[in-house]
Structures are given as structure tokens and as C-alpha cells.
Design a protein around this ligand. Structure first.
Ligand code: NAD
Length: 473
């Protein structure tokens, strides 16, 4: 059994007790991690605080160089990291449309390299014989990173690399379902970065709360569910700690009646089911025009019945299990409520009879807004296909949901689709795609999906404060 340590001040740290990490493809324990406590939080925050003055004063070139070395270390250990990601999350190494642990580790490298190269600008407001006024960006101090279980390594990278690039130090707390790839990453990074610049503690949400409420933490980067995001904001409010909150989504995708159904169906299927629907910005409410409703349903059901579901370590697997048993129960409960609400199951609907947390890829027709499966984020392999007849009305229905992460319009008329996409209440809108992220384009939610953005210069700036400097001549 592999054991993973925490890292504080560049040193491996053990606790007096451990917790188990389960492989969702087998429902068996495959690793043990340290159960961190309040004293580890104190040690980690004080190490990060002590490391901040020197780290924040390193030059841009020094930090760039070190972060490129971190990217190199991830790359050099890619096969091992992919294996760890697959064992802890269940996601395939390859996966449907290439969405799997290869993408997660490859994306982690790409995001690190791109973010390392970003440069914070100095904005000169005035420069004349009277005065020079410039706006500078300064690092904040200790950044807390709290991550979920669906993309554990990639999301940790999304938090930590811009925080470090801007000159902050970090204390991380990964989800206790999926801590191992993040712990291995921090071990690699600790061999490159000065002691105390990157620290990680493992344990339950209560340990996360001790970090986010700590008076020496200057910023919280959180990705996870909306209720936890609210608790974190509450704990951060005592110290007026800044927060970036990337929370739950229940993204609508609206298919206009001008699409070629056979061509679009595989793209829509992948947008809904990649990573088994366990992606914040997966397509979770699929609105199809009445003229194509039955045909689209048939095409999607065929895809759902033929997609290869299995252990992510086996070659050819397209979809893995649900990541944990509690989430599997949520998916089953939503399927049961869909059945009770009169939903027509075009595919799936139940647990797969094998070890592990597998659920059939499930498409449910004939439900509408107001039913639980439509209104709530399932975060698993189950999608409602909803009929509409009028475009203005469907946009209004799409926007009625409390979440506002992503949304999409699918059409062969790109201008019309782009105009409609701009009417969706969400942080990211796509035409003929959904959930596609890249390191240079900002991403973030509105409404109950959170606040702040990640990626690119917009994301980097969130790890800084503004200092306006006026020099009177
Ligand atoms: P979660 O909110 O249950 O847990 C996320 C993390 O918060 C874990 O590390 C957990 O231990 C920690 N935590 C729990 N309580 C805490 C507290 N009081 N204080 C501090 N930390 C605490 O989320 P999850 O179930 O791991 O992830 C699934 C959710 O995340 C879904 O809703 C999904 O949509 C969302 N998500 C959003 C994005 C995005 O970018 N918007 C990305 C991925 C996932």
C-alpha cells in the first residue's frame, strides 16, 4: 500500500493517524494519506508566511525559470502522475474524446508553462511635468488553495501556478477523496522551490476551514460546490480575506433546429458525458427543438449504449466510474426522481452490476424545468434532454437556473448562434462546443457559480493587489 506524506516547509510530514484513499473502479483502498490537524495548519501557514518576503522579491525571470522547472518535473513524471490520477478519480488514461488523465497531466504542464510566461503589466496613468502615476500589481501573501475531486491535479495547478507566478506562497488542501496526485506534484515542486513556498496538508473539510479562516491567509482560491463556497466565504469574512470561488454549474446547451443531427450528436454526447459528467462546465441541461427531438434522442441513446465504460487503467475505456459512493447515490437518487416525474429513459438508469461505483450513461427525455434532474446539478453520467419550441422562451428557461457557469448554442448559423450565446447568463458561452478551456482565456462563474476568474492575465491579476504610485515632480 502506497503512503503519501504532507509537505510543510520543504519537508515530508506525517501525522499520528492516516486515512484511506479508495480506487472508485474497484471500491478498494489503494493508498493512505496523513490526517492533518490544526497544528499542521499552523506550521504550514507560518512556513508560507516566513517564505513570502524572499519569494515575493525574487525577480520575474527567477520565478519564470523555476516554474518552467516545475513543468519539466511534471512532464518527466507524467506516466506515474497519470496512473495516480486514474486510480484516485477513476477517469480513463485516454478517455472519451481524449478527456482523461493524459489530458489532466498534459494540461497541467501546458497551464504551468503558459502561466510562467505571463507578465504583469505596469499601467501608466499619467506621466508629464506635474507627476507620474502608475498602477503596479503586488502579491498578496499566503494563498490558500482548496480543491475538489473531479480534476484534482489540474485544478491545483490552476490555483497554485498563478499564485506563485505573482509572488505569493501557498498552502494547499486537496479533496480527501483524491489527494495523491496533488501530493506527488507538491513533492516534485518542493525539490525545486525554496522551502515554505509550497505547502500541502491533507484531511477533511474542517482542516480546509482552519486554513481559509486563518488570519495570516491573504487569499483563498476555492473550487468545489456552492454550499462549501459559501461556508468558505463566511470563514474568510472575519479577516476580509479575498476569495476566488469556482463553484457548481448546471450548464444549458441549446440546439437550434438547423443542425445536422448525425454530425452534432457525438459532439453533444461528449460535451455531456466526458469525465462521466463530473466536470463543472459539462453540458448538464440539453435543450433540443421539437422538430429534431426524437431523432436526436435516438442518436444520443445509441452513443450512450455503445460507449465503453470500465476501469480507467484498461486500454480503450472511454468512461470510468463515478468518483465516490456518495456521488453515485446522488446520481441514483436523481434517476429515481426522474422516473417518478415521468421521465422517459432513452438509455441507462441504474448502477452497473460490477465492483466499483459504475453507473450506466443515462439520457432522460420528457422532463422539463421544475423537475429535479433539470434543476439540480447531477455531477455524474445522467443528462435530461428537454424539448422546446420557441427560442426566446428557451433562453429564458435556460437563464432561470440559479447557476451561471457556462452555456452553449449549437447551430450552423454562427452569427445567429453567437448573438444568442451572449444572451445566456453565464461566465463562459460557447458556440458548437461546451466546456472547452484554455490557459489564455478567462473562465469563471456568475450567480451561484461563484466569483472571480481564472486563467490568463485576468486570472493572474486576481492573485495581486493594486498599488497606485504617484510621484510628484
Ligand atoms: P466540495 O465543496 O464538497 O469540496 C471541495 C473541497 O472543499 C474539498 O477539498 C473539501 O475537503 C473542502 N472543504 C469542505 N468543507 C470545507 C470548509 N468548510 N472549509 C474549507 N474547505 C472545505 O466539492 P466536491 O464535491 O469536491 O466537488 C464537486 C463540486 O465542485 C461540483 O459542484 C462542481 O460543479 C464543482 N466544481 C466547480 C468547478 C469550477 O471551476 N466552477 C470546477 C470543478 C468542480
Amino acid at each position: 500500500m502506497q503512503q503519501f506524506d504532507m509537505f510543510i516547509n520543504g519537508q515530508a510530514v506525517q501525522s499520528d493517524s492516516t486515512f484511506d484513499v479508495i480506487n472508485p473502479a474497484t471500491a478498494k483502498v489503494f493508498a493512505q494519506c496523513q490526517l492533518g490537524n490544526a497544528s499542521h495548519v499552523e506550521q504550514a501557514v507560518s512556513a508560507a508566511k516566513a517564505a513570502f518576503p524572499a519569494w515575493s522579491q525574487t525577480t520575474d525571470e527567477q520565478r519564470k525559470q523555476l516554474l518552467h522547472e516545475v513543468a519539466g518535473a511534471i512532464e518527466a513524471n507524467m506516466p506515474e502522475l497519470m496512473q495516480l490520477v486514474t486510480m484516485e478519480t477513476g477517469k480513463p488514461m485516454g478517455g472519451l474524446n481524449g478527456v482523461g488523465s493524459g489530458m489532466e497531466v498534459g494540461g497541467s504542464i501546458a497551464w504551468t508553462q503558459f502561466t510562467a510566461e505571463l507578465q504583469l503589466p505596469v499601467d501608466v496613468i499619467q506621466d508629464n511635468e506635474v507627476a507620474r502615476i502608475e498602477v503596479n500589481r503586488k502579491p498578496l501573501g499566503v494563498v490558500a488553495s482548496i480543491t475538489p475531486w473531479n480534476w484534482p491535479l489540474m485544478i491545483a495547478i490552476w490555483h497554485v501556478i498563478p499564485a506563485l507566478r505573482a509572488g505569493n506562497t501557498v498552502v494547499m488542501k486537496p479533496a480527501s477523496f483524491t489527494p495523491v496526485s496533488t501530493l506527488r506534484f507538491v513533492q516534485l515542486a518542493s525539490e525545486i522551490l525554496p522551502p515554505g513556498v509550497i505547502n500541502i496538508i491533507t484531511g477533511p473539510g474542517s482542516v480546509g476551514g482552519l486554513i481559509t479562516g486563518h488570519p495570516d491567509v491573504s487569499k483563498v482560491a476555492f473550487t468545489g460546490s456552492t454550499p462549501t463556497g459559501k461556508r468558505i466565504m463566511e470563514s474568510a469574512s472575519g479577516n476580509l480575506t479575498r476569495c476566488t470561488l469556482e463553484l457548481g454549474g448546471n450548464d444549458a446547451g441549446i440546439v437550434l433546429p438547423d443542425v445536422n443531427v448525425k454530425e452534432m450528436a457525438p459532439k453533444l454526447f461528449a460535451a455531456c458525458f466526458h469525465n462521466n459528467g463530473q466536470t463543472c462546465a459539462a453540458l448538464k441541461r440539453l435543450y433540443v427543438h421539437e422538430s429534431q427531438y426524437e431523432e436526436m434522442g435516438q442518436e444520443l441513446a445509441e452513443l450512450a449504449k455503445n460507449v465503453v465504460v470500465g476501469d480507467g487503467l484498461e486500454e480503450g475505456t472511454e468512461l470510468g466510474p463515478v468518483q465516490n459512493e456518495a456521488q453515485l447515490n446522488i446520481v441514483q437518487d436523481l434517476a429515481d426522481s426522474a422516473r417518478a416525474d415521468g421521465g422517459r429513459f432513452l438509455s441507462g438508469g441504474k448502477r452497473i452490476d460490477r465492483e466499483g461505483y459504475f453507473f450506466e450513461p443515462t439520457i432522460v427525455a420528457d422532463l422539463t424545468d421544475g423537475h429535479r434532474l433539470v434543476d439540480e446539478e447531477p455531477f455524474g453520467p445522467i443528462v435530461p434532454m428537454i424539448k422546446y419550441s420557441d427560442i426566446d422562451e428557451v433562453i429564458e428557461r435556460a437563464n432561470r437556473n440559479e447557476c451561471g457557469l457556462g452555456g452553449s448554442i449549437w447551430s450552423s448559423d454562427l452569427d445567429k448562434a453567437a448573438a444568442l450565446a451572449q444572451r445566456l447568463e453565464c461566465g463562459s458561452a460557447w458556440v458548437n462546443d461546451h466546456g472547452a478551456l484554455q490557459p489564455d482565456a478567462p473562465f469563471g462563474g456568475i450567480k451561484q457559480s461563484g466569483m472571480g476568474v481564472e486563467f490568463g492575465l485576468y486570472g493572474l491579476e486576481e492573485f495581486t493587489s493594486i498599488q497606485t504610485l504617484k510621484v510628484v515632480k
